[in-house]
Design a binder for this molecule. Structure first.
Ligand code: GDP
Length: 221
């Protein structure tokens, strides 16, 4: 572990925020795509994975976190992204971000869904360096049945996860308050979910600084 990363980066303290800001402003590179587990990179650094329904705003959030315009492809044709994409953060390497394939697209054939399920489940269950998953939920819709299903997969794999509301700028403050409360209530029902909700907007930069610090903190908890 690089010496300037604390054992536990505080979620909200100034030092943690600044350390994360610096890390994400530095070198970040796409490493590889893994369509099957045998193509995973060597497990030599902490990983933080991102999952959510297709179109939830995952690519936009990865771009916002890394401060880059197109590190993650946005709006790829549903069904084409059946891979785990790895991004190296820091030089020397500090952590890896893992972009998991989106789920819940309406027209996916059952075989595609099954391939997705196997890849994701096996990655979640077997990846020793996976420190945390961020489950993205569209603030306009709240937790849908497919999201709850993903939460159950994470519970079963015993991978701790944070629930992140995306596109918060798209709804009114009163609606945001209601969806945040409902999402928190849902998170509390799940054994592996953090009992808190991150509210973000990639468009407006809302919640991004705090999420960076949480990601770095989780990598070294
Ligand atoms: P992905 O399929 O989960 O990777 O989703 P994308 O990042 O491609 O986003 C899907 C759509 O939502 C795109 O049209 C984005 O421009 C839009 N979007 C993503 N994040 C935000 C946000 O924070 N605010 C708003 N208003 N739109 C967003």
């Amino acid at each position: 572990m690089p010496e300037d990363v604390p054992a536990q980066a505080g979620e909200a303290d100034e030092e943690g925020l600044e350390r994360a800001r610096k890390l994400f402003a530095g070198p970040i590179q796409f490493l590889k795509s893994a369509p099957q587990l045998k193509f995973l990179p060597d497990p030599d650094v902490p990983e933080i994975a991102f999952c959510g329904r297709s179109n939830v705003g995952k690519s936009s959030l990865l771009n916002a976190l890394t401060g880059r315009k197109a590190i993650a492809r946005t709006s790829v044709t549903p069904g084409r992204t059946q891979e785990l994409n790895f991004f190296d953060v820091g030089e020397p390497l500090v952590l890896r971000l893992v972009d998991m394939p989106g789920y819940g697209f309406a027209k996916a054939p059952p075989a595609v869904v099954e391939t997705w399920r196997r890849l994701v489940r096996d990655y979640l269950r077997g990846r020793v360096v996976l420190k945390r998953t961020l489950l993205l939920v569209d603030a306009r819709h709240g937790v849908k049945p497919v999201d709850a299903e993903m939460m159950r997969m994470l519970d079963e794999a015993a991978v701790g996860y944070r629930v992140v509301l995306t596109k918060a700028d798209k709804i009114k403050a009163s609606e945001l308050e209601a969806v945040t409360a409902a999402t928190l209530a849902e998170a509390r029902k799940h054994s592996a979910a953090f009992p808190q909700v991150h509210v973000t907007s990639s468009e407006k930069g809302l919640g991004i600084t705090q999420l960076r610090a949480a990601v770095l903190g989780d990598a070294y908890t």
